[in-house]
Ligand binder design. Structure first.
Ligand code: NAP
Length: 261
């Protein structure tokens, strides 16, 4: 018996076994949830189908969130499999790699700013709207943020404002959906080596820096994030909504980075 027995979850954003969404899928599956998955393009379809198989799922749906039509169609397709569901995992972000290096002031462009916000933030609200009629009572929507939402981080650049917008999205969606007993939260994860993270210039140095000074003296894993997502997906977290929960080995609480031991 797991604490997600009987719950159904749509998981977006699996690109590889290192994806944060993969760690989340592992933990939701372990706790008994049934899973459905999305993939961004045909090239990724066979890979996501294989991952779905390992979680006893054959629901694999195309979804490129840059298209409103694809967002609508994805939920139509899901409806043909499940009339209602309980958990939505939004684990999607994108910014042009040229904008994830150098200074923010010099790298940010109108087009990159719009793209980063559209894919990484707006898509969560758009998916929540389409999902709403299909959500069961006590449903939980979860998205993935990063410290760059609230602090300036070298090279994270345009993703910072996008994550700030995403966290604001969480608060507004939580206010709208709360009366229907639907909860909306973000997890702000510490840095983890994934495909998306590799696009941020100097990422390896960031991992080393965090490991050397963060209170727990280690980087977090996709399972650390997955376990928190499982908790937030479950009725164990019934009183939590509109929050950004940090899973970062304590990094964001540091005021000073001088290491004494
Ligand atoms: P990842 O494995 O590369 O996952 C990113 C996912 O976003 C990929 O599946 C990617 O699909 C998808 N995506 C990008 N554009 C899309 C679009 N237009 N439509 C649909 N899907 C799209 O990297 P990750 O690190 O796990 O990222 C997942 C989330 O965690 C992101 O929101 C990221 O910002 C956040 N996060 C990551 C870290 C970290 O250090 N890794 C820390 C905090 C928060 P394709 O591969 O097909 O493009």
């Amino acid at each position: 018996m797991g604490f997600l027995d009987g719950k159904k979850a749509l998981v977006t954003g699996i690109a590889s076994k290192r994806s944060i969404a993969y760690g989340i899928a592992e933990c939701l599956h372990r706790e008994g949830a049934q899973l459905a998955f999305t993939y961004q393009n045909e090239k990724l379809k066979p890979r996501v189908e294989k991952f779905a198989g390992t979680f006893n799922s054959n629901i694999v749906i195309p979804l490129d969130v840059s298209s409103d039509e694809e967002i609508k169609n994805a939920f139509k397709t899901l409806k043909s499999e499940w009339k209602h569901f309980d958990i939505l995992i939004h684990s999607i972000a994108f910014a042009p790699s040229e904008e994830l290096q150098g200074t923010y002031i010099d790298s940010v462009t109108r087009e990159g700013f719009n793209t980063a916000h559209e894919i990484s933030s707006y898509s969560f609200a758009a998916m929540a709207r389409e999902a709403r009629p299909m959500l069961n009572k006590n449903a939980s929507l979860i998205t993935m943020s990063y410290l760059g939402a609230v602090k300036s981080i070298p090279n994270y650049n345009v993703m910072g404002p996008s994550k700030a917008s995403l966290e604001a999205n969480v608060r507004f969606l939580a206010a709208d959906l709360g009366p229907d007993t639907i909860r909306v939260n973000a997890i702000s994860a510490g840095p983890i080596k994934t495909l998306a993270a590799s696009g941020v210039s100097g990422f390896r140095g960031l991992l080393k820096h965090v490991e050397s000074i963060t209170p727990l003296r280690r980087n977090v894993t996709i399972q650390d994030v997955g376990n928190t997502a499982a908790f937030l997906s479950s009725d164990l977290s019934a009183g939590i909504t509109g929050e950004t929960i940090y899973v970062d080995a304590g990094y964001r609480n540091l005021g000073m980075t001088f290491v004494t031991n």
